[in-house]
Design a protein around this ligand. Structure first.
Ligand code: NAD
Length: 472
């Protein structure tokens, strides 16, 4: 039986079924019913009713529900890991890492649910305010439309539904078509954890249909994680709604001549290829000071050769398939195009079905797509630079600005980079891929708008409600 979708706590079927395939060999794993326009309409109507219940939940109840959810997710840890491997081809190590982080995301949400406070502040700065007292508190806003991508289907959903529950909002989760299975189980667990059913919808449906909800006044906020093209298009249709966009990047990585080379090599090898490079903060553009270029390049290529490529179900696989063969073909085209234009293939490059091996390109130029666009695959470029300023200029020459990593021991250089590298997050002596789930996370320029990281999402999912008491 295909898996159902959830409309305000009610599991439903439709006349349209979509198969979910294992990217590694194309075999059918399972199938899901796809929600239709009427289901979306019903989900929004249910959310409006559900919000009238959730907005009144005290913080101890919201916290309890989130701890319940964390416990249930822990009970279903292996099942969720297996679903992510099978629906998305995610290698087991990364899937286990994602589930571990998802538990933290929900745990942090449970803690933050207690902290939705406010302020008592003096209104009497001018005579008009004499004998009045000001108070604020954070109030939930309504229904959050949570649209998620395929590459981290559980943790990125938790980054939206955790804060939504913590704040007492209703939500509609719209998972990526490419990974429709794990969210079905996640939605079951949210209901079992005790969040009011009408406030919970999980709609497997086609992206453009979900896009229609963006224009509906019953939605208070769009929380979108996915590609820049879709994200910015949705923002243009969102009217007066709040919009948070977590989009793509082509992260930079600078190794200066005073860096700890062994550390930089290790960080580069994991940061460029984890989750087969399908990571918005994956290391993509590597810049190495020319005096240490040879030393770094030799060590790096050796480290990349040691990565184990293969079946994502195996416990020791480092790099599994891309999400589908079409994506692997796209990357193959980008790499061949770069090589035709003069790039050197230092390692990798041979596609087999949806498998694309870890690939390192030398002698690339700014205009090549492997540099100036988001490659979203296990492909990195490696370039020497002369001066520190040259490196910063190259990193900033990008439409994106999500995260970057720099390697140096010099505190002045570190502070200079923090000032001048245009990104949402700078990592020092670490790859751009570092993330823990309570830190503010998000990008500037084409990489997005707003921040996630539970507390920061909570700010967006609430508004300041002022009360002024006249004591005259
Ligand atoms: P995508 O943009 O193709 O899809 C993301 C979601 O948007 C899916 O649920 C999809 O169904 C939906 N969608 C597609 N068209 C839509 C439309 N017209 N209206 C409404 N919804 C629509 O992205 P993807 O391929 O699933 O994910 C990869 C992208 O996500 C990459 O660019 C990556 O960098 C980005 N990403 C960003 C972050 C971050 O936190 N910044 C994290 C993970 C992934």
């Amino acid at each position: 039986m295909p898996k159902k979708f959830l409309v305000g706590g009610e599991w439903r079927e439709s006349n349209e079924v979509m198969e979910a395939k294992f990217p590694y060999d194309g075999s059918v794993v399972d199938s899901v019913y796809m929600a239709q326009r009427q289901d979306l309409d019903d989900a929004m109507a249910a959310a409006v009713r559900g919000f009238e219940i959730t907005r009144k939940l005290p913080s101890y109840k919201r916290t309890d529900i989130l701890w319940n959810l964390q416990r249930l997710m822990r009970d279903h840890f292996d099942e969720l890991v297996d679903l992510m491997i099978m629906e998305g081809g995610k290698n087991r190590k990364t899937a286990v890492g994602e589930m571990t982080r998802a538990l933290q995301t929900i745990g942090v949400s449970a803690e933050e649910a207690h902290r939705l406070g406010g302020e008592v502040f003096s209104i009497d700065w001018t005579p008009a305010g004499a004998n009045r007292q000001g108070f604020t508190r954070r109030a939930p806003i309504g229904t959050i439309l949570c649209i998620t991508p395929f590459n981290y289907p559980i943790n990125l959903a938790c980054h939206k539904i955790g804060p939504a529950i913590a704040t007492g909002n209703a939500f509609i989760l719209k998972p990526a078509e490419k990974t429709p299975l794990s969210s079905v189980l996640l939605a079951e667990l949210v209901l079992e954890a005790g969040y009011p059913a009408e406030a919970v919808s999980m709609l497997n449906c086609w992206g453009p249909l979900a896009g229609e909800m963006v224009e509906d006044d019953r939605i208070a906020m769009i929380s979108f994680t996915g590609s820049a093209s879709v994200g910015w298009m949705l923002k243009s249709k969102a009217g007066k709604k709040k919009v948070v966009l977590e989009l793509g990047g082509n992260a930079g990585f600078i190794v200066h001549s005073d860096a700890d080379m062994a550390l930089a090599v290790r960080e580069a090898a994991s940061g460029g290829f984890a989750n087969a490079g399908q990571n918005c903060i994956s290391v993509q553009r590597m810049l190495v000071q020319q005096d240490v270029f040879e030393e770094f390049a030799d060590g790096f290529v050796e480290a990349v050769k040691a990565l184990k490529v293969g079946d994502p179900r195996d416990a020791d696989t480092d790099v599994g398939p891309l999400i589908n063969e079409r994506e692997a073909e796209r990357v193959e085209n980008w790499v061949s195009e770069a090589v035709r234009a003069g790039a050197a293939l230092l390692y990798g490059g041979q596609r087999q079905g949806a498998m694309f091996p870890p690939t390192v390109l030398g002698q690339t130029t700014d205009e090549m797509r492997v540099n100036c666009e988001e490659v979203f695959a296990p492909v990195v470029t490696l370039r020497p630079y002369r001066t520190w300023d040259d490196a910063i200029a190259i990193i900033n020459d990008s439409p994106y600005g999500l995260q970057a990593g720099i390697f140096t021991q010099d505190i002045k250089r570190i502070m200079d980079a923090w000032d001048r590298i245009d990104v949402g997050g700078l990592h020092v002596n670490s790859a751009s891929t570092f993330r823990v789930d309570h830190m503010p996370y998000g990008g500037i320029k084409a990489s997005g708008l707003g921040r996630e990281g539970v507390k920061y999402a909570i700010d967006d999912m609430t508004e300041i409600r002022l009360m002024v008491l006249n004591l005259n």
